[in-house]
Design a binder for this molecule. Structure first.
Ligand code: GAR
Length: 207
């Protein structure tokens, strides 16, 4: 992606829950110097705080629930169409609890990033903090990566290390990770938007 010659980079953010990572991006985008704006927020379920955060700012939202479609492919097509309609420079999956399909990936190849609450390649999937705690690691963290067709396997943009405390619960650990995750996401997406980025094999180079 090369930076837009005029105006901020267009972000479409996908969420499935509370949307605190989305909120961090929204807060950052309030400063024109950040170089990006959230032009739409999409979700795979309704009635979530992530959508409400966008609605309060008058940002367009869309919802596609898998169960409302006759196939996963049909859902993927609808999601692809809704995202494409907002002409994003970068698609940000921020707590979006669905894997997108081949059609979506083809359309947004190399332009979709996802934040994951573990240090890849350890603990991929839906339960990063719980899996790290169960394994007994002393440090874990978060990873921002360019989405490919695997589960949390794409080329890595950024990682932040977070300590695991002896008396941690899954919730306490996940909250500590999310503090680091929001800072990592805001910093990396801003630099990607302002400076552009290149994916070269497994290497991601910003600027
Ligand atoms: C974040 O920790 C994100 O990494 C995780 O869900 C949380 C969403 O928080 N995503 C995954 O686990 C995807 N595999 P938020 O809704 O408050 O931003």
């Amino acid at each position: 992606m090369t930076p837009r010659p005029t105006g901020p980079a267009r972000l479409v953010v996908l969420v499935s829950g509370s949307g605190t990572n989305l909120q961090a991006l929204l807060d950052a985008c309030a400063d024109p110097a950040y170089g990006a704006q959230v032009v739409a927020v999409g979700a795979d379920r309704g009635g979530i705080e992530g959508l409400a955060r966008a609605e309060r700012l008058g940002i367009p939202t869309f919802v596609h629930r898998v169960r409302d479609f006759e196939s996963r492919d049909a859902w993927d097509q609808a999601l692809t169409g809704s995202v494409a309609a907002h002409e994003p420079d970068i698609v940000v999956s921020a707590g979006f609890m669905k894997l997108v399909g081949a059609g979506f990936l083809e359309r947004f190849a190399g332009r979709m990033v996802n934040t994951h609450p573990a240090l890849s390649p350890s603990f991929p999937g839906m339960h990063g903090p719980a899996d790290a705690l169960a394994y007994g690691v002393k440090v874990t963290g978060c990873t921002l990566f360019v989405v490919d067709d695997g589960v949390d396997t794409g080329p890595i943009v950024a990682q932040t290390v977070v300590p695991v405390e002896d008396d941690d619960t899954v919730e306490a650990l996940h909250e500590r990770i999310k503090v680091a995750e929001r800072a990592m996401l805001v910093d990396s997406v801003g630099r990607m938007a302002r400076e552009g980025f290149v994916v070269d094999g497994r290497r991601v180079r910003i600027g």
